[in-house]
Design a protein around this ligand. Structure first.
Ligand SMILES: Cc1cc2nc3c(=O)[nH]c(=O)nc-3n(C[C@H](O)[C@H](O)[C@H](O)COP(=O)(O)OP(=O)(O)OC[C@H]3O[C@@H](n4cnc5c(N)ncnc54)[C@H](O)[C@@H]3O)c2cc1C
Length: 284
């Protein structure tokens, strides 16, 4: 059982990890080996103390070096669910599961909001995870909606299993390979069906399907953690970064505006301190 699992390797997650390391906690930092695509997206950051006009890519490289020098390895996983087990948390990554006394959500924000039907059919024909659910759609007809070029390998994995894939990229320069892949360059309007998802409605056509994969780099917090209180699409937290679930904390963009590195780093630090206080109280 870990003291904490940090989900997300952006500024907030990295900051939380460095503080937990300084406090000698036993934790996992889960996310992407390349940290966060947003980290490197900024051309020039004007208000990060001590680093005037630093490029996002430089900041990312500095964060990576800092993690390495602190001996913190990234556990490269996409978390698909966090479950409050009453006293500890189960963190699901596809077929794998991990346990921790506390969790820090540092998952950032996804620009693409859930479309009508997406949450309704989640687990009933709608999936967020190619690795976890891909095999269920072997030989089937699926629709794959993808928000980032970085996830094209997941789409290609799905194409290797499915009979046919309708691929809707929500970014420019898509290049998913496969003879069975047809592109629709349009934002899906809704997912419809009966007991399960049966079709995806686009503006010019409706595509019948057996399943829909929504490949997103960040999930809506409420889709990730059942029972989590959200406000306006963000995780509701107090000043100590506590959520409505005891032992679950949140930091960074996922808790709301302003979407800024400095705020994410600050909240990562606060959340990590709150984890230490929570564990100290629990272990009394
Ligand atoms: C183009 C651009 C320019 C910007 N310029 C500036 C600027 O000049 N100054 C400034 O202060 N801010 C700027 N920002 C905002 C800044 O990038 C964000 O505020 C900051 O990255 C937030 O950090 P975060 O850790 O909260 O989230 P993120 O950096 O978004 O990191 C979240 C990480 O969690 C991962 N994740 C999400 N869900 C899961 C899951 N289920 N399992 C595992 N991992 C998961 C994501 O893949 C991502 O790696 C800019 C953003 C953009 C897009």
């Amino acid at each position: 059982m870990y003291d904490c699992i940090i989900i997300g390797t952006g500024a907030a997650g990295v900051s939380a990890a460095l503080t937990l390391r300084a406090r000698d906690k036993n934790f996992l930092l889960m996310g992407s080996a390349s940290l966060s695509s947003k980290l490197s997206a900024a051309e020039s950051v004007g208000n990060y103390p001590g680093l005037p006009s630093v490029k996002g890519a430089e900041l990312k490289a500095a964060f990576s070096r800092h993690l390495a020098s602190a001996g913190i390895n990234i556990t490269v996983k996409q978390v698909t669910g966090v479950y409050d087990m009453g006293g500890y948390f189960g963190v699901l990554c596809g077929q794998e599961s991990f346990e921790a006394s506390t969790v820090i959500l540092a998952t950032g924000v996804e620009a693409v909001k859930p479309i009508p039907g997406e949450l309704q059919f989640l687990g009933r024909g709608v999936s967020y995870c190619a690795t976890c659910d891909g095999l269920l759609y072997k030989g089937k007809n699926i629709v794959v909606v993808c928000t980032s070029k970085a996830m094209e390998d997941e789409a290609e994995y799905l194409a290797s299993l499915a009979s046919s894939v309708v691929y809707a990229p929500l970014y420019k320069g898509a290049a998913v390979k496969g003879d069975n892949v047809r592109y629709i360059n349009d934002m899906p309007r809704s997912i419809e069906g009966g007991m399960r998802a049966e079709r995806v409605v686009f503006s010019k056509e409706t595509v019948p399907c057996d399943g829909v994969f929504m490949l997103k780099s960040a999930l809506a917090p409420s889709a990730l953690v059942p029972g989590l209180k959200a406000e306006g699409g963000h995780v509701a937290v107090d000043r100590l970064c506590r959520t409505n679930l005891a032992g679950l904390f949140a930091a960074g963009d996922c808790t709301g505006r302003p979407y800024q590195y400095a705020k994410a780093v600050g909240e990562g630090n606060v959340a990590a301190h709150s984890v230490c206080d929570y564990l100290a109280e629990k272990n009394k």
